[in-house]
Design a binder for this molecule. Structure first.
Ligand code: UD1
Length: 380
């Protein structure tokens, strides 16, 4: 008589928009797998920005802790997550918790799993800058997750090497690619959303990737002077290219970002500040950009997936694979450097094409099935 195998109970936990977009493909894959019982808990460290992604992927959480506070400090959100998430973990008694990346939610969830002796699978494991202050506090968050994790789902071999260097056993690491590329594949296969067509029409940006420069900047280590520097560079560029390019900057809801960006960039004709865009329109807008300037982590991967040359507004990146292949260039936050590098790419078509042709190193768009298979194959 064949033994009936018990389903693996997997509790996925996330809290912010980027975790949601990367983990929704994984949750959908888990839900479709007959050997897995999939449950989802959102801390809602982000409220509006998270809900947009859940709606796009038609994913409904089983638990919603609704923990976001206005202008929350890192200790407030950490404390709230620790206190509220433990009840869910105790109630569900999962075989595995899956977390992704390096936010406060990931760090707190990993710690709680350790306290409750629950296995952790860490998606997007092994990203490092080697500098605990950059990005802040994400570099330390992901190192904490790595100390606790039982299974490290690394996006690239470079990330795997980082983990090996930290003494993590090879048989606990599986290179899967980044599920952010799965999300991008699913979403860009959909028709262009009317919202994007409307924006492009209103701003008279043609469909040919010639007229749009997309900007995003929201990182905590860039708050204050670095973000002001980024804004002043964007202002110079917008003035210089008043007739040729339109700059669009969807502004993150963090009040520190909102205040600075609206104060410094509020009034330039060919520069449009938008509220944060949903993941679906943002992916489509990115695909129409000539160039992207960003300090985001996930956009570095998405831009590489779409083949859009991207200048990274940070001093260091935990995604050096994209810099090595050439699709990303690290420019920091010095205004003169941002301006010079942007001018170079907008005016030297050869340099631009060399970047645009570079390879995407972050995955083939099928990480989610590999992540789920790695959980099923795990040998303690
Ligand atoms: C967090 C992550 C960061 C990630 C970013 C993506 C940490 C430590 N950082 O930073 O890695 O790149 O999310 O977005 O977890 N807010 C809203 N509505 C929303 C979302 C945010 O009003 O839907 C405002 C709130 O005032 C909130 C503030 O933004 O207090 C900051 O959110 P928080 O999650 O603390 O940090 P982020 O800067 O978003």
């Amino acid at each position: 008589m064949s033994k009936i195998k018990k389903k693996l109970r997997v509790l996925t936990i996330f809290g912010t928009r980027p975790e949601a977009s990367k983990m929704c493909p994984v949750v959908l894959e888990a839900q479709a797998n007959p050997y897995i019982e999939s449950l989802l808990c959102v801390t809602a460290q982000h409220r509006q920005m998270l809900d947009q992604v859940l709606e796009t992927f038609k994913v409904v959480p089983d638990f919603d802790l609704n923990l976001m506070l206005p202008d929350q400090s890192l200790s407030q959100s950490t404390a709230a997550i620790l206190l509220n998430l433990e009840m869910v973990i105790k109630q569900v008694e999962p075989d595995w918790v899956l977390v992704q990346g390096d936010t406060t939610t990931v760090m707190a969830a990993a710690l709680l799993c350790y306290y409750n002796r629950v296995r952790v699978g860490h998606v997007e494991a092994g990203l490092r800058t080697g500098d605990k202050w950059q990005p802040f506090p994400e570099e330390v968050n992901r190192r904490i997750a790595a100390v606790v994790a039982d299974l490290h789902l690394a996006p690239t071999d470079h990330a795997r090497q980082n983990l090996l260097r930290e003494g993590i056993a090879d048989n606990r690491i599986v290179v899967t690619g980044n599920p952010g590329l799965d999300a991008l594949r699913l979403i860009t296969a959909q028709p262009t959303p009317p919202e994007v067509n409307r924006i492009l029409q209103e701003l008279k940006i043609g469909p040919d990737k010639k007229g749009l420069v997309l900007v995003t900047a929201h990182r905590r280590e860039n708050f204050g002077k670095p973000l002001e520097n980024i804004c002043s560079a964007i202002q110079v560029l917008a003035n210089r290219y008043a007739d040729r390019f339109h700059f669009i900057y969807p502004v993150h809801l963090n009040p520190h970002v909102q205040e600075t960006v609206h104060r410094l960039l509020g009034d330039t004709p060919n520069l449009t500040l938008l509220p944060p865009l949903d993941y679906y329109p943002m992916a489509h807008l990115m695909s129409r950009a000539r160039l992207i300037l960003t300090d985001s982590g996930g956009i570095q991967e998405e831009a590489a997936g779409l083949g859009i040359p991207t200048l990274v507004l940070r001093e260091v990146t935990e995604r050096p694979e994209g810099v090595s292949t050439g699709i990303l260039r690290l420019v920091g936050t010095d205004p003169a450097t941002i301006v010079n590098q942007t001018v170079h790419l907008l005016e030297d078509n050869q340099a631009y094409q060399a970047m645009a042709r570079a390879k995407n190193p972050f995955g083939d768009g099928y990480a989610a099935p590999k992540i789920i298979q790695a959980l099923l194959d795990f040998q303690p």
